[in-house]
Design a protein around this ligand. Structure first.
Ligand code: TYM
Length: 356
């Protein structure tokens, strides 16, 4: 309602804070500081983080608690955490307007995760394909944290009541579980609409970037072959070499999108080109139809170096200034705690814990 003396509208107490600011929702997303940040992480997630910031209130988290579900060298973890924060900044996320922080600095994530460990069911967790892949045949020997990983991820999101989560396609199942946890918590504690049912934001021409050595396998930080991925910190020579050696088949470039779909290595490279060029894949297929792979690979190298070079250079510059990156993370964590604290207090009350 307009204020009679100033004409300004009073804030509507029933609107969530982001809506009162004319934004579409609150975003939370996370990246693990496990080294080898690659093109898939960039095209599937981090590039979108920057693109969404004009329409959403955003929290971008370096998930160091998740990283230690598998063994990490303590000497490297801090550097890897700064590397991810540098990538967020180098990709164009505004650390002053948006919140960039690391998970372990905001204790509320782990506190809510414990409650979610008690809401989620063993059967739900056992069905997670990421757990099955990471545990492999050695299930008895992996950490309990690896099994409970998705409950912590749900806590990352719901401790801020985030409405949207930009991720690559491989995280879809974890987001479905996050929705199940939110719904079960709301039902179990008779608190309808307490937690929102979060929407995944999976978009762009490269939501699942595949290995350069095998177009049927996801590009991954943990692939033993460095030739399987383009790292964001690779220099122009490394990018050129990796694209030159990328696996292809003996035929010329696909003639149509249907032809490309049947040829995973070619399809992957076409998807990468389309994403980097901000074009539809169909247009890229048409542009290179019937040409030799060598010609296409030269064009892809030029494009990749032009698009990724400045980001890699800015990351390198930031990583040489850890004081600055740490200040961004500390400031982000302080603002994150201010949002998470009242929500956790509400959860504790809802669950029936006495106030400290
Ligand atoms: P992580 O660290 O494995 O990956 C970070 C982001 O990169 C995306 N991604 C890919 N996208 C396209 N092609 C690929 N080959 C590719 N590989 C990875 C991932 O989908 C992700 O968006 N569990 C998460 C981290 C996490 C999180 C969260 C995410 C923890 N808490 C809360 C969102 C919200 C993970 O392991 O991402």
């Amino acid at each position: 309602m307009p204020d009679a003396s100033t004409g300004a509208s009073a804030p509507n107490p029933h609107l969530p804070p982001y809506a009162a600011r004319g934004l579409k929702g609150r975003i939370l997303s996370g990246v693990q500081p496990t080294g080898n940040l690659h093109l898939g992480n960039y095209l599937g997630a981090i590039r979108n983080f920057a693109r969404l910031q004009s329409d959403y209130e955003c929290l971008y988290c370096v998930v160091d608690l998740h990283a230690i579900t598998l063994p990490q060298d303590p000497k490297q973890l801090a550097a890897q955490t700064r590397e991810i924060a540098s990538a967020f900044l180098a990709a164009g996320v505004d650390g002053a307007k948006q919140i960039i922080f690391n998970q372990s600095m905001v204790a509320e994530h782990a506190q809510l995760a414990w409650i979610f460990n008690c809401v989620a069911r063993m059967g739900w967790m056992s069905r997670m394909t990421q757990f099955k892949e990471k545990a492999g045949k050695d299930r008895e020997n992996v950490s309990l944290g690896l099994f409970a990983y998705p409950a912590l991820m749900a806590a990352d999101i719901l401790i801020y009541k985030a409405t949207h989560v930009p991720v690559g396609e491989d995280q879809k199942q974890h987001l479905e579980l996050t929705r199940d946890i939110a719904i079960k918590f709301n039902n179990d504690f008779a608190a309808p609409d307490f937690f929102p049912v979060t929407e995944p934001l999976i978009f762009g021409a490269a939501t699942r970037v595949m290995s350069l050595r095998d177009g049927t396998k996801k590009m991954s930080k943990s692939d033993p072959s460095d030739y399987s991925r383009i790292n964001l910190t690779d220099d122009a020579d490394a990018v050129a070499q990796k694209i030159r050696r990328a696996k292809t088949d003996p035929l010329p470039m696909p003639e149509s999108p249907a032809d490309a779909e049947k040829r995973p290595d070619a399809d992957n490279l076409l998807g990468i080109y389309a994403a980097l060029a901000d074009q539809e894949k169909e247009a890229v297929v048409a542009q290179f139809a019937g040409k030799q792979f060598s010609e296409f690979k030269a064009a892809l190298t030029e494009l990749a170096v032009a698009k990724l070079g400045p980001i890699g250079a800015e990351m390198q510059r930031l990583m040489k200034d850890p004081g600055h990156v740490d200040a961004v993370l500390r400031n982000g964590a302080e603002r994150a705690r201010a949002l998470a604290g009242p929500i956790l207090a509400d959860v504790y009350k809802t669950v029936g814990f006495l106030k400290p």
